[in-house]
Design a protein around this ligand. Structure first.
Ligand code: CDP
Ligand code: CDP
Length: 222
C-alpha cells in the first residue's frame, strides 16, 4: 500500500534498539528516529547551562529554548543542539548518569512525545522506524508494526561493556540495571503491551535481529 508505515520499537538498554532499528530502516528504505537521543541531548543542554538535572522546574524552563535537531536519514545520523554536534558527546557516561533525572519529569515527557510525533509526521520516506521506551505505548500506539526488543540482562550487559572503554564491566552493568530500574518506574518497557510483538535477541546475532525486524515489517505491510 502507499501509506506511510510507522514502526515502533521499545526495549531496555543494551537490547540492540538503536543499532538494529537503524539497520532495519536502511534495509527498508525508511527514516530512523532515535528518541533516546532527544532525552540525552536535553541532558547535555541542561548540564551545559549549569542547571541541576534534579531541579525539575529549571529543566522544564530550559525546554522552551531547547534547540534540538536530529538527522533521520539512517545513512546520515547526527544530533545537534544549536550549532553544536553532540552525536558523540551525548553517549558519555556523565550524560548516561543523569538522563533518567530529566526523563522522569512528566512535563518533559509530554513535550518529547509531541516532538517525536512531529518528526514521524514530517517523514517523507515510505516509513519510519522510531525506537525508545514508550513508542509502542504512548508515542505511536497506532503504529502498523510494534515491537518489544528484549535480551537477557547478561547479554545486554556484555554488549554494552564491549562498546565502552575506560569503565569496568561490573560498573557498566550496575549503571545499566539502576537506569533500567529508574526508567521502569516511569514507563513499562519490560512487558509487551497488547498487540506488540516480542523479539528476543538473546540468542540472535546482530544480522539475525535485523532480519527478524525487517521480516515482521514486510509480513505486516505487504
Ligand atoms: O541506548 P540506551 O538504551 O542506553 O538509552 P537511550 O535509548 O539513548 O535512552 C536514554 C534515556 O532516555 C533512557 O535511559 C530513558 O531515561 C530516556 N528515554 C525515555 O524515557 N523514553 C524514550 N522513549 C527514550 C529514552
Ligand atoms: O539501543 P540499545 O541500548 O538498545 O542497544 P544498541 O546500542 O543498539 O546495542 C548495543 C550493542 O549490542 C551494539 O554494539 C550492537 O551491535 C550489539 N548487538 C548484538 O551484539 N547482538 C544483537 N543481536 C543486537 C545488538
Amino acid at each position: 500500500s502507499g501509506a506511510h508505515t510507522v514502526v515502533a520499537i521499545d526495549g531496555p538498554a543494551g537490547s540492540g534498539k538503536s543499532s538494529v532499528s537503524r539497520a532495519a530502516a536502511r534495509e527498508l528504505g525508511f527514516d530512523y528516529q532515535d528518541s533516546g537521543a532527544a532525552y540525552r541531548a536535553l541532558a547535555w543542554y541542561v548540564l551545559d547551562a549549569g542547571i541541576d538535572t534534579e531541579d525539575a522546574d529549571a529543566v522544564i524552563a530550559a525546554l522552551d529554548g531547547f534547540p534540538y535537531t536530529i538527522g533521520i536519514d539512517p545513512d546520515d545520523y547526527f544530533v545537534r543542539v544549536g550549532d553544536t554536534d553532540v552525536t558523540e558527546a551525548i553517549r558519555e557516561p556523565r550524560i548516561t548518569a543523569v538522563v533518567s533525572h530529566i526523563a522522569r519529569v512528566p512535563a518533559v515527557r509530554v513535550r518529547m512525545v509531541e516532538l517525536f510525533r512531529s518528526v514521524i509526521a514530517a517523514s517523507i520516506r515510505p516509513g519510519i522506524v522510531t525506537e525508545g521506551r514508550d513508542i509502542t505505548t504512548v508515542v505511536s500506539p497506532q503504529a502498523q508494526v510494534r515491537i518489544l526488543l528484549t535480551a537477557s540482562e547478561e547479554a545486554r550487559m556484555a554488549r554494552r561493556s564491549a562498546e565502552i572503554t575506560g569503565q569496568s564491566a561490573s560498573d557498566v552493568g550496575k549503571q545499566l540495571s539502576s537506569r533500567d530500574a529508574q526508567d521502569s518506574k516511569v514507563v513499562d518497557f519490560m512487558n509487551a503491551a497488547d498487540g506488540v510483538h516480542t523479539v528476543d535477541s538473546t540468542h540472535l546475532d546482530f544480522d539475525q535481529t535485523v532480519s527478524a525486524v525487517v521480516d515482521l515489517v514486510r509480513s505486516t505491510v505487504e
